[in-house]
Ligand binder design. Structure first.
Ligand code: 5RP
Length: 262
């Protein structure tokens, strides 16, 4: 692996091999998502507890201070919306020049395996890998499921993750599943990071699934709504940091959460 690629990955993945990415990219198809109306304000108290931010170029430019000491993973796919025909119909939104200009540590692109736009989104990933590898920029593939979030199961996730890795993603972001998540991770030859999904009913559920996923081979998390839509975002972030980077259990994380929210 080239020095530039290694250097960028080392900014995203800590020395313990784990990572905590904070996604604030939801607006690219959801508009002003609840609690992310002003992304620049939302992230200020949370920055301390994450390793990197995941955001679009628009939010990076207009809402993030350029002196921020966290690396940025640039969301570079888009072109669809919640009210449009098909969320899967994404293209690549950002040029390689812009990726370099914004000093991105990595880029993120969604793939929609099994959708009407499977081929297009897989070719988006492949083309992006071709461009980014030339400059030592890691590509994170996001195995997206559009509105069918309830239908995720291990066989599907394993398929999507493996395809993403085969096409050249350096990191794959996917959803945790209760059964056989270890098989999803084992079948993917590059590191797997867990996405969050819509807000869970309780904090305990979040800590439980993150802990389980880490035990079963994920290297970290890319969690947004379950953090910044919680009434105590800093306490949730602190507790998750403890699971990801301090080897704490779900139970210990819950205690950290309860202590921090006081
Ligand atoms: C949106 C994304 C988000 O980064 C991802 O869904 C993680 O955020 P959340 O934890 O809120 O689901 O890729 O397409």
């Amino acid at each position: 692996m080239d020095w530039g690629m290694k250097n960028r990955l080392s900014k995203l993945i800590a020395k313990d091999g784990h990572c905590f990415f904070m996604p604030i990219d939801h607006g690219y198809f959801q508009g002003p998502t609840n609690c992310l109306e002003e992304p620049g304000k939302t992230i200020v108290p949370l920055l301390k507890y994450c390793d990197a931010l995941f955001a679009t170029r628009g939010v990076v430019r207009s809402c993030i201070d350029a002196s921020v000491d966290k690396p940025v993973i640039l969301r570079v796919s888009g072109g669809t919306s919640m009210v449009g025909k098909d969320l899967a119909h994404e293209g690549i939104s950002t040029s390689i020049e812009e990726i370099l200009r914004l000093n991105a540590a990595a880029v993120g692109v969604s793939i929609f395996v099994g959708s009407d736009y499977e081929h297009e989104t897989l070719m988006n990933l492949s083309g992006l890998v071709n461009e980014c590898e030339r400059y030592g920029i890691p590509v994170m593939a996001v195995t997206a499921v559009g509105k069918e979030i309830g239908k995720m199961e291990p066989r599907y996730l394993a398929l999507a993750c493996r395809i993403a890795a085969e096409l050249g993603a350096r990191v794959v972001k996917t959803y945790w599943c209760q059964k056989d998540f270890d098989k999803v991770v084992r079948g993917c030859p590059v590191p797997v990071v867990m996405a969050g999904g819509p807000k869970c009913d309780t904090e305990k559920e979040v800590f439980d699934f993150v802990y389980d996923g880490m035990q079963n081979g994920a290297i970290g998390i890319n969690l947004g709504r379950n953090i910044w839509q919680n009434p105590h975002p800093v306490a949730v972030a602190k507790a998750l940091w403890a699971i990801v980077h301090e080897k704490k259990s779900s139970k210990e994380a819950f205690e950290i959460f309860n202590e921090a929210k006081k």
